[in-house]
Design a protein around this ligand. Structure first.
Ligand code: SF4
Length: 440
């Protein structure tokens, strides 16, 4: 972990930003930040640059006066304006640093608001505490997911569905992949949160104010009655929503890693087989075979390549495991959030790697230099190191602002892993060509 008191180029983002990734995956849900206006402006832009979609986030726009006397009046006004302007079915209400620092009681303010405005009682308001100084966007995502199931899940008639909880941020294409997988399996399922359309929508002359798509409120209520829950992206952390459904409604919960690479995808397939009693569809057997073929094709090129991998903790764990399967040598594994579980698991997966959690890019740079890294894999935020040290960078995960296609990138499943083998190999080959052109 960083010994410095200031972060220099952080490797993680604000906690409320993570909550937006959940709330945008709920049908008819509008995110609202209780705090100063700059937070919502910065996060809207950050998300818009990554997904290349417009992203609305409302703000209660606290001023100096509210910072001194409390922001309840602003929040009530903000809720009213959002309801008037967007006609939402739900509002995801996240706090930012300022609201937390002045100690606003958001839950009480929401209660008062609903007492004062009986017409607004049909709208589900989901408050979540996300002070950015407490943790990263990954924890904000997790907290919003838990707040969502706590606010909505309710016992009724048992169903035959499988809850597939996405425990950490993945791309719209990856959500589509998981939905297709369960559809091909002929399994009844509820996937939460579903950003497959809300962050990757077809062009439209007259787009709706809240993008179409997302998990419906009815489906989220019904998660309490399902056969079981699987949370993908919950190998180190991010288990709270699934654990809540297990504890409160006796829905058995199976936390799994993100299905990146062979073994982690096998784990997901095996678990679905066990829960549904149905075999993996033939098409996925074929995909598995093709992945093995791709690994054999590229193994000579990829073997022993000294690699650094960084970014969201669950993605890093998945990539590390796949790199070990490929014979790559991951020597640096880093994430911006604080997580002892990440440190332990990363070390178990890649014993040779220097594992860093709660670090910024100045810490990561030091290790990359010390380990003589040949290939970097992670979000675009590592590009300054890559450029300065002339190390090829394969851009994966969030954020990706300087290339197109982040919404369509898919690392998951056998198919995603085969694509990743190609990308790793081609990134190395391109760099070798470039450096041979550079040399006299
Ligand atoms: S660190 Fe806090 S104040 Fe700054 S943008 Fe993030 S949430 Fe807002």
């Amino acid at each position: 972990m960083s010994q410095s008191r200031a972060a220099v180029n952080p490797c993680s983002m604000c906690m409320p930003l993570g909550s937006v990734l959940v709330f945008r995956g709920i049908d008819g849900c509008m995110p609202l930040f209780h705090g100063s206006q700059g937070c919502s402006t910065y996060m809207r832009l950050y998300l818009a640059h990554h997904f290349r979609e417009s992203v609305d986030i409302a703000s209660s726009a606290l001023s100096e006066k509210a910072a001194v006397y409390g922001g309840a009046a602003n929040l009530k006004k903000g809720l009213k304006n959002v309801i008037k302007g967007y006609s939402p079915k739900a509002i995801g209400l996240s706090t930012t640093c300022l609201a937390e620092t002045i100690g606003d009681d958001v839950v009480r303010t929401v209660r008062e608001f609903l007492e004062e405005e009986p017409d607004c009682r049909s709208i589900t308001i989901i408050p979540v505490s996300t002070p950015s100084y407490a943790d990263s966007h990954e924890e904000g995502y997790s907290a919003a997911l838990l707040a969502t199931v706590k606010a909505l899940a309710e016992r009724s008639k048992p169903n035959r569905k499988l809850n597939l909880v996405v425990g950490t941020m993945i791309s719209p294409a990856e959500v589509r992949y998981l939905k297709r997988l369960l559809g091909d399996w002929a399994a009844e399922f509820i996937l939460l949160p579903d950003i497959s359309r809300t962050f990757d929508a077809p062009i439209s002359a007259d787009p709706p104010r809240i993008p179409a798509g997302g998990t419906t409120l009815e489906e989220i209520r019904d998660t309490a009655n399902s056969l079981a829950s699987i949370t993908v992206g919950a190998w180190a952390n991010h288990r709270a929503a699934g654990e809540y459904l297990e504890k409160e409604f006796s829905v058995p919960h199976y936390p799994l890693p993100l299905p990146i690479g062979l073994k982690f995808t096998d784990m997901l397939m095996g678990r679905i087989e066990e829960i549904t009693g149905l075999h993996m569809p033939e098409a996925y057997e074929q995909e598995r075979g093709c992945l093995l073929d791709a690994i054999v094709d590229a193994h000579k090129l990829l073997a022993d390549v000294r690699t650094a991998v960084y970014g969201d903790s669950e993605m890093v764990l998945g990539l590390l495991n796949f790199m070990m399967e490929l014979g790559i040598r991951p020597l640096v594994a880093a994430t911006g959030g604080l997580s002892k579980a990440f440190e332990k698991l990363a070390k178990e997966i890649a014993p040779e790697a220097v594992v860093l959690a709660g670090v910024d890019f100045s810490d990561i740079d030091g290790e990359i230099a010390a380990q003589e890294i040949e290939l970097m894999v992670g979000p675009f935020t590592g590009r300054q190191i890559a450029r300065a040290r002339k190390i090829p960078l394969l851009r994966v995960g969030f954020p990706n602002h300087d290339r197109f296609g982040a919404s369509r990138q898919s690392l998951l499943g056998y198919q995603g892993a085969a694509g990743l083998v190609d990308d790793l190999a081609n990134t190395l080959l391109e760099e070798r060509e470039r450096s041979s052109e550079r040399s006299p």
